[in-house]
Design a protein around this ligand. Structure first.
Ligand SMILES: Nc1nc2c(ncn2[C@@H]2O[C@H](COP(=O)(O)OP(=O)(O)OP(=O)(O)O)[C@@H](O)[C@H]2O)c(=O)[nH]1
Ligand SMILES: [Mg+2]
Length: 308
């Protein structure tokens, strides 16, 4: 992962060390209730969320009791290993599901301003770099300027973009984009959608229609539904995720804005509480700032280097 997601920003390890729990004596006597409360507070502050925090602290407590953590290095390794397990999911997060025939259709959804449109552009760029052909669908017909925003990205990265009239039917745009993707023989159709809140019944129903209509042209479409969540808003992202998942089942999460936060623990909370694999992370505003999610690397980033 690039250095925009820096250990310095996220590094739990430095903060744990400041608690002075890591000297050999503390480990030998076992973590007492006070130590555990302090670790708990650190994890909650870093947005790990209560369930993941309880889980992690119980694990550390157990390991210390069993005498498995005898040194700082043991504690560091145990934390990284446990977080890696929590974050991991089966399969390769960077590989998009593809139908036997026709393009892979990817729908990108989420609340306002989380980074959907930017993520569509980043994904398109990433796929192009892998040698795949991409077509964009501008199905955010709701917000003024949204179509133009996607068109600008499309021009910049050199991919076709199918759009309709502002205020038009987003499902029709999605259909047209899939249709164009089929006739041009592209590998992937990426559909950008309008930001919406779960409370906006009309907009949520519209999303259901986009999903149904996309499936009319290519079997199984949309093959991927990526829910974009802002990693810097912590617990709010989890609530958003839960409410969205009740309407459209996402196949993956894209967690954005991890470059600007010291509270990256949200990825752990998201993974733990949503049961949807994290597929990509956003670490900046350019098309190069998208990374395939890697559980082990993320865990190392969250904990920070041992010598730090
Ligand atoms: N720092 C940072 N900024 C990001 C990232 N992803 C998106 N942004 C910024 O977040 C803002 C909103 O991004 P958009 O892609 O327009 O978000 P959206 O979800 O499409 O917004 P709506 O269409 O209005 O719902 C822009 O200023 C982006 O540059 C990221 O990973 N890191
Ligand atoms: Mg947008």
């Amino acid at each position: 992962m690039n250095d925009r997601l820096s250990t310095k920003k996220l590094g739990l390890w430095q903060r744990i060390k400041r608690l002075a729990l890591t000297d050999v004596r503390a480990l030998a006597r076992g973590l007492n209730a006070d130590d555990l409360t302090q670790i708990e507070r650190l994890l909650v502050e870093a947005d790990f969320g209560v369930p993941a925090t309880i889980d992690l602290v119980a694990f550390l407590d157990d390991q210390v009791r069993k005498g498995k953590l005898k040194s700082e290095a043991d504690l560091h390794a145990a934390l990284v290993a446990r977080l890696t397990d929590v974050l991991a999911a089966p399969g390769d997060p960077g590989v998009l599901l593809r139908p036997q025939a026709g393009p892979s259709v990817v729908l990108v959804i989420g609340v306002n301003g989380v980074g959907k449109t930017t993520s569509v552009a980043k994904l398109a760029h990433t796929l192009q770099q892998r040698g795949q052909s991409v077509l964009l669908g501008a199905a955010d017909t709701y917000r003024a300027g949204a179509i133009a925003q996607l068109q600008v990205w499309a021009e910049r990265i050199g991919v076709p973009c199918v759009s309709g009239a502002p205020g038009g039917d987003p499902a029709a745009v999605a259909y047209d984009a899939v249709e164009a993707g089929v006739s041009r023989g592209v590998d992937v159709v990426l559909i950008d959608t309008a930001g919406r809140l779960h409370t906006q019944d009309g907009l949520m129903a519209e999303l259901g229609k986009v999903v149904r209509v996309a499936g009319k042209r290519v079997i199984g479409a949309p093959h991927e539904v990526f829910l974009v969540l802002d990693g810097s808003v912590g617990q709010n992202a989890i609530q958003q995720g839960k409410l969205f998942a009740q309407v459209v089942r996402p196949t993956g999460l894209i967690v954005t804005k991890l470059d600007g936060t010291a509270r990256g623990g949200a990825v752990v909370a998201l993974r733990r509480e949503l049961e949807v694999p994290i597929r990509f992370i956003g670490t900046g505003e350019t098309v190069d700032d998208l990374q395939v999610f890697n559980a082990a690397k993320m865990a190392e980033m969250l904990v920070g280097a041992e010598e730090s």
